[in-house]
Each structure stands twice: as C-alpha cells, then as structure tokens.
Design a protein around this ligand. Structure first.
Ligand code: PXP
Length: 249
C-alpha cells in the first residue's frame, strides 16, 4: 500500500465566482496552473448539465493547457459521453446529477443501475480513460462497481463530514471498511466531498485510499490566503496523518 496520497483540486468554484459576473475572471485555468505550482497531483472539474460553473471551453483548456491529469466529473448522459471521448481527459468520475441540488448530494446507485452503467464505463475505458464511480461507502455498491468493471471508486465523504461525534466515527469506520473491501477487490480507492482542514486527517489516514479530491473548502480558503497556501496547508495535514497511520498499521 502506498504511503503517498494524490491530491486532486476541484476548481469548479473558481468558475462559480467568474460566472457570478460573466466575463473571464477569475479564470479556472489560471487557478489550475497555480494548483500545479503548489504541488497538486491533478485537477478535477465537474461539467454539469446546466453549466452552472465549469463550461465546455474550460474543459478543453484544462486538458490542453495544464500539464496535470484532468479528472472530469460528469453525469451518465450521451452528451457527456461524447464530450469525454472528444476531450480525452485522464480520468472520468461518474456522478449522479440532479438539477435542483446545490452540490452532488448522494452517490451513484451502481447496484441498481448496473446494467446501464457497465456499457457506459466500458466505452470510456476502451478509449483509455480511467473511470471511477462516486459511491457511498456501502459494500453493495462496491461489489456492483467491481462487476461493472470500473477501475476505481470514489467514496462519498459528504455524510462523514456533516455528522458529529459517535455518528461521525461510525461513518468513518464504514469508509475504512469500504476502502479495505474495494482495495481487496482490486479497485483503486479515492475519496472526496466536504473535506476541510478539520476533517481530512481521519480520511487521509485510511491507507487504502490513494486519492482525495477537494474543492469548495480550498477555493474558499484561497480567498483569504491564496490558493497555493491553502493547498500547501492541506497537503501538510494529509501528509502528517498519513505518516502516523502508516506507523500504526
Ligand atoms: N468528488 C466528487 C465526485 C464531487 O462531486 C465533488 C464536488 O463537486 C468533490 C469531490 C469535491 O467536493 P468539495 O467541493 O466539497 O470538496
């Protein structure tokens, strides 16, 4: 198991700020360049059906101008499939999408929609794009992801981040068990959603998780300290909890 943990920065909310006034600023591509300079391992961007933040042109530019792997988050629609196959990002993360939600509220129901998801994943992976499924830390969903043939899963940490006390610890335990199961089945294990300086440590300490994708908190923090400093601080916390967990396992 690797000690390293890749950090992908989701830059959607730089585009949210830009779109609040129209025009070009602040530019998500410039943000991605700064993420690279700060040592990020990848850039994540969610092209939503309603284009509320990231737009088609952003995806094209992120792919062509930024020398970091691009992880395109998208819903399972024909439109998104053709954009992905045209753009050829390093990776695609399949997420469920509801128009009315503020952010991705739940995981993909891979168990229920296995038959529809499998051919979709295969088209992307046949083209050489690594696919992850954004799912809840449930054993049923993980077994479905394996049957589907996805290379990776991204465990939804949103519930863990919102809970407190014993309920949070129970959810963290579920995430850890899910990560162990998925890793044992040969899936790459990623995690993300709602992570911040206070809650990231316990997730980073799970050795089976090899990638975290973090957006909203880092972009918010960047308003105060700049994006580089926010990433460096996040990285430090991740590194420290990862180092301690490897000593203890
Ligand atoms: N991973 C996935 C699949 C997501 O949909 C999101 C939110 O777009 C994130 C990670 C990042 O979540 P946050 O912005 O809360 O850090």
């Amino acid at each position: 198991m690797t000690k390293n943990l890749r950090l992908g920065i989701n830059i959607d909310h730089v585009a949210t700020l830009r779109n609040a006034r129209g025009g070009e600023n602040p530019c998500p591509v410039r943000a991605a360049e700064l993420c690279k300079e700060a040592g990020a391992d990848g850039i994540t961007a969610h092209l939503r059906e309603d284009r509320r933040h990231i737009r088609d042109r952003d995806i094209e530019r992120l792919k062509n101008e930024i020398a970091l792997p691009l992880n395109l988050e998208m819903a399972m629609t024909d439109e998104m499939l053709s954009i992905a196959l045209k753009t050829m990002p390093h990776a695609v993360c399949l997420v469920p999408e509801k128009r009315e939600e503020l952010t991705t509220e739940g995981g993909l129901d891979a168990a229920r929609y296995e038959k529809q998801i499998a051919p979709f994943v295969q088209k992307l992976q046949d083209a050489g794009i690594r696919v992850s499924l954004f799912i809840a830390p449930s054993h049923e969903q993980i077994h479905a992801a394996q049957r589907i043939g996805a290379r990776a899963i991204e465990i939804h940490t949103g519930a863990y981040c919102h809970l407190l006390g014993a309920a949070r610890e129970k959810e963290r335990h579920a995430i850890s068990e899910a990560a162990i199961l998925a890793h044992g089945l040969g899936l790459e294990v990623h995690a993300g959603h709602g992570l911040n300086y206070n809650n990231v440590g316990a997730i980073a300490a799970i050795p089976e998780i090899i990638e975290l994708n973090i957006g909203h908190f880092i972009i918010g923090e960047a308003v105060f300290v700049g994006i580089k400093e926010a990433i460096v601080a996040m990285r430090r916390i991740i590194h420290e909890s990862r180092a301690t967990s490897h000593e203890s396992r």
